[in-house]
Ligand binder design. Structure first.
Ligand code: CTP
Length: 400
């Protein structure tokens, strides 16, 4: 999947001394695989956790680990600082964050960060007590205020053996955030985004439901892309996968989805309603499992709640709908946009093999009240997600 999206981009990866240093190896590998040119610098402590030779082999460059080592020309931290399109610190320890925030420079990594004017990205990893300490949080705040991108750590088992916040973000998340910074697309920083995903399941009895073929993949791609672009994301989904760095709320029926979205949308900036809500639900839910007989069975369906309509327009909430259509794509999309008073509608043609529901690919037409904003050809869903966020950004900021 990591095609040459970072071709020609120069990334300096700084490794500081924590146990998560070994995960930086995978980040360097993914970056070079994506086409980036990578140089690695390591604090003296980091070289105790992983061997510079490994990083040298994967980055195709000598590793800068000792800034006092005599070398042919120039100073290594200045050379690296000027070479970088971006500096990514993976992992960033509490100590290194403090040094960056304060402007200390006592080894190659902090020295290069201080000397460079390239965008800085930090992926903190440390014990939860150190991460949640007010000083560490102050330093992160100071770095954010200077436009550093922070890839929040995940929650899970830490080196201490107990569970808590402080695990280094996955290499994929880190690389996605690096890509967003390099493409100048950290534009959702500070925004609260809500995405709905998956097909709702309307219960018939305790074991059966009425549903649809939606896989929740488009919604998840939208949520992950928004997180990579810096948003605080809540994903309300019928297909939970517990994605790192995203607040996930698992729901089943449309009624549950509406309740979860009401909560999630209060104070949110953007709602993207990618879920396929069942238009009809069984009139009655049997309390006990329905038995098979030889007779035909009638299932009486009633119109379901319209989630988007019931949520209504909120002040300050930019609302995006999805329309899956088999015919008259644009006209239908325009009509639904007006009916549901949306800011943007993403329409996709279904019934075309190899795209749409349950597929990994999609092709969409994005429509605003003033007309077609973008036509996205058949692409992997995560790339479509990127273009949808571009369109949302354009319409939010420039009104079309
Ligand atoms: N939607 C919703 N609640 C429903 C049905 C749809 O909130 N009960 C939302 C979907 O999540 C989507 C948008 O409305 O963002 C349009 O969905 P779609 O099913 O295409 O529209 P409908 O109004 O249900 O029209 P149709 O008759 O084509 O099903």
């Amino acid at each position: 999947m990591m095609q040459r999206r970072l071709q020609g981009r120069r990334v300096v990866v700084g490794i500081s001394g924590g146990i998560a240093a070994y995960k930086a190896i995978e980040v360097v590998r993914l970056l070079t695989e994506a086409g980036a040119e990578v140089q690695v610098m390591m604090t003296p402590e980091a070289t105790r956790f992983v061997a510079p030779l490994t990083l040298e082999a994967l980055s195709y460059h000598p590793v800068a680990a000792d800034w006092l080592a005599p070398q042919g020309a120039g100073e290594s931290h200045i050379t690296l600082a000027e070479w970088a399109d971006l500096i990514a610190i993976v992992p960033a320890t509490a100590n290194s964050l403090a040094k960056f925030a304060l402007g200390l420079a006592d080894e190659i990594v902090s020295g290069t960060v201080l000397a460079s004017r390239a965008p800085l990205l930090v992926a903190p990893a440390m014990n939860d007590l150190m991460y949640t300490h007010v000083k560490t949080q102050d330093h992160l705040k100071a770095l954010r205020a200077r436009h550093a991108a922070v890839v929040e750590p995940g929650t899970g088992r830490l080196a201490s053996g107990k569970s808590g916040v402080g695990r280094l973000a996955t290499p994929e998340r880190i690389v996605a955030a690096i890509e967003a910074v390099l493409q100048d697309r950290r534009n959702l920083e500070g925004l609260r985004v809500v995405v709905s995903a998956g097909g709702t399941r309307e219960p018939v009895d305790p074991v059966r439901y009425v549903g649809n073929f939606s896989s929740g993949k488009m919604g998840r791609a939208l949520a992950e892309t928004a997180a990579a672009r810096g948003a605080d994301v809540t994903l309300v989904t019928t297909v939970p996968t517990n994605p790192e760095g995203i607040n996930e709320v698992a729901v089943t029926s449309a009624t549950e989805m509406l309740a979860a979205l009401k909560t999630a949308c209060s104070g949110a900036d953007i709602l993207v309603m990618a879920a396929a809500v069942a238009d009809y639900a069984p009139d009655k839910v049997a309390a006990a499992k329905l038995r098979r007989t030889d007779q035909p069975m009638d299932l009486h369906l009633r119109p379901n709640v319209d989630v988007l309509k019931s949520l209504g327009p909120h002040r300050g909430l930019f609302r995006v709908g999805f329309a899956a259509e088999t015919e008259d794509l644009r006209a239908q999309a325009q009509q639904k946009l007006a009916e549901k008073q949306l800011d943007l509608m993403v329409a996709n043609q279904i019934g075309v093999d190899g795209q749409g529901l349950a597929s990994d690919f999609n092709a969409v037409t994005i429509v605003s009240p003033s007309g077609v904003v973008a036509e996205v050809p058949r692409l992997p869903k995560w790339e479509v997600a990127g273009q949808i966020w571009d369109a949302i950004d354009a319409v939010r900021n420039r009104g079309g």
